[in-house]
Design a protein around this ligand. Structure first.
Ligand code: HEC
Length: 255
């Protein structure tokens, strides 16, 4: 009702302007002027270009690290050229459900879905599209250096015995904190979440608070006790949450 009224008021106003304008100038020139004044009327979905700050800036990095005591030399970094020529990893990941909570057919779907891009920047048009893509990276990106393909580990992520002793509990949506499945061209990998494992908190009533630190309640929270996390560190030979130092084969954590 309200919309009809607004619509007819706009129409009347337009008619009045149109009739007046027709007297003084040609209809074509009026239409052209209208287009020039209001391009947003015609192209409301104009492409949004985000202002993405430069990540690797050599001059900003030059004195970033403190000189090493005694030597008075600063650690160095790879060059911006090397940084920007690194391959971009962009694989979609999926939640790992607590055993018994997996939806029907979920595991079978993951087996044949194949690698998919986490985000497709070329399809992002509006600011809302970019925000949604950022949300997906925050929630779903994984630790690419910790993907494991060991069938025993993969199997144990789907068995309830794995989580019995630790008393692990699922998140409100039935999934497990930390873990992600990653369909790759080598098969489905088990991996660890990235931003979301350190920057996502769940309140007691299940409310999800993205951006809040995950760690303060970690020790007391049965949802964050996951014996597969150290097992994945061991299998991949990597400590996550630190620099991606890899341990040489033969070292205690080496692969
Ligand atoms: C292993 C844990 C861990 C992971 C994974 C992680 N962070 Fe952090 N992040 C931290 C910690 C700890 C700090 C605080 C560092 C400090 O204050 O020195 C931090 C700081 C930040 C800050 C700065 C906050 C501020 O107040 O200035 C941002 C932004 C941030 N992280 C975003 C991310 C994003 C985005 C990702 C994923 C790509 C991510 N983090 C992954 C642990 C993590």
């Amino acid at each position: 009702m309200l919309f009809t009224r607004v619509g007819s008021a706009t129409r009347d106003c337009f008619k009045r302007v149109w009739n007046r304008r027709v007297r003084s100038t040609s209809r074509i020139s009026f239409v052209l002027r209208l287009l020039a004044i209001q391009p947003a009327l015609l192209w409301p979905q104009s492409v949004y270009r985000p202002d993405i700050p430069k990540t690797w800036d050599e001059s900003a990095l030059a004195n970033w690290a403190t000189p090493v005591a005694g030597w008075n030399v600063r650690p160095t970094h790879i060059s911006a050229k090397e940084y920007y020529s690194l391959g971009v990893e962009n694989l979609r990941t999926y939640p790992v459900y607590f055993p018994g909570k997996e939806p029907d057919g979920y595991w079978e779907t993951l087996q044949h879905i194949g690698p998919k891009p986490l985000i497709e920047p070329e399809t992002l048009k509006t600011e809302a599209d970019w925000i949604e893509a950022g949300r997906r990276v925050f929630d779903e990106a994984d630790m690419i250096h910790e993907r494991v393909f060991d069938p025993k580990l993969i199997d144990s992520a789907r068995r309830s015995e794995t989580f019995r002793e630790s008393g692990t509990e699922p998140l409100p949506d039935g999934t497990l904190y930390f873990l992600r499945w990653v369909p790759t061209n080598r098969g489905v990998a088990l991996s660890l979440g990235n931003c979301s494992i350190c920057h996502l908190q769940f309140l007691k009533d299940g409310t999800r608070v993205p951006g809040a630190p995950s760690f303060p309640s970690a020790i007391r929270d049965p949802r964050r006790r996951n014996p597969l996390v150290p097992a994945i560190h061991n299998a991949s030979g990597v400590f996550s949450g630190d620099m991606p130092f890899e341990m040489a084969p033969g070292d205690p954590l080496g692969g």
